[in-house]
Design a protein around this ligand. Structure first.
Ligand code: COA
Length: 282
């Protein structure tokens, strides 16, 4: 597939890993209206792309994302309500609605500065790996606003109430290692190893049953705001839907390989995936 080209977004591929790159390095990938329009278009274009098995979101140059572009997103649309509305919509759509529902596993590869609204798309990805050297911050307080959009909300989902309150009211920065400690990212590695470690994780995930990965990530994300009773009901329906939608019959394969063939232990690793239709008996 020949990828579309965009003014502010780049797409790169390595095997089944697709890198979706915020590409305004000279502005530290601050999000202009154009970046939001390009990103929504790029995410849409990858939605049904069969080559993409894992989507990695990252930034070009020394930043992941320095938040909304104060000049172009805020000041630049003050007297243009139509562009302001369209930019707000595109901003919400790609960073949260679409990224959180993306059908393949998503990984935020945080290569540098991640400020303000940049936290939203970092949190929207299923997993996040940071460079030790990356610098995070809810910097809104430093220029007289509060963490808007959904940033205050996602901070309380990502970290404890105490940490969310601390980093929001002080605007203090934290690095990749601290981001791991407070639960904001999964791993932190030296910047020099970041891409390699991200590809290693993506490659490991590509060996798993894709339908099970998709349904599992949807389940984990959705039950967060449910009561226990609602979650049980939802998970029962979700499990039934997974069995219906899983073209490679993962459950049957796993059961057979563990119980009959005794060829693997699910506690310690994956079953051997076989071509669809080759293993349909329970
Ligand atoms: N909005 C608009 N422009 C931004 C921006 C933002 N959020 N973040 C960076 N830029 C621009 C700078 O204005 C500068 O533009 P110029 O070359 O035309 O002067 C360029 O990007 C490079 O930024 P600079 O500050 O020189 O780079 P740096 O590496 O020294 O510092 C940051 C990087 C991210 C620490 C710093 O730019 C910064 O604090 N940005 C604001 C972050 C923020 O508060 N974001 C939340 C917004 S809701």
């Amino acid at each position: 597939m020949v990828d579309k080209t965009f003014e502010t977004v780049k797409i790169e591929r390595e095997g089944g890993v697709t890198f979706l790159i915020m590409n305004r390095p000279e502005k530290r990938n601050a999000m202009s209206p154009q970046l939001h329009f390009d990103m929504e278009d790029a995410v849409d274009s990858l939605w049904h792309d069969e080559q993409t098995q894992v989507l990695v979101l990252t930034g070009a140059g020394p930043a992941f994302c320095a938040g909304q572009d104060l000049r172009l997103y805020f000041r630049g649309t003050e007297s243009d309500p139509v562009t302001q509305y369209k930019a707000h919509e595109a901003s919400d759509n790609w960073r949260w609605l679409k990224l959180t529902r993306f059908p393949k596993l998503t990984i935020a590869m945080v290569n540098g500065y991640c400020f303000g609204g940049g936290l939203t798309q970092m949190a929207a990805c299923d997993l996040a790996i940071s460079a030790d050297e990356a610098l995070f911050g809810a910097s809104e307080i430093n220029w007289g606003i509060l963490p808007g959009g959904n940033v205050s909300w996602i901070m309380t989902l990502l970290m404890s109430y105490r940490h969310a309150m601390h980093y929001a009211v002080t605007g203090d920065t934290f690095d990749g290692k601290r981001a791991v400690e407070i639960g904001a990212v999964n791993y932190s590695v030296p910047l020099a190893n970041l891409r390699e470690e991200t590809i290693a994780l993506a490659t490991r995930m590509m060996k798993k049953n894709p339908a099970a990965v998709r349904f599992t990530k949807e389940a984990i994300r959705t039950v967060r705001t449910m009561s226990e009773v609602d979650a049980r009901d939802y998970l029962a329906a979700k499990s039934a839907a997974l069995m219906f939608r899983d073209k490679e019959g993962g459950r049957q394969q796993g059961m057979r390989q563990f119980l009959d063939e005794k060829s693997f232990r699910p506690g310690l690793g994956d079953y051997q995936r076989r071509p669809s239709g080759s293993d349909t008996k329970e």
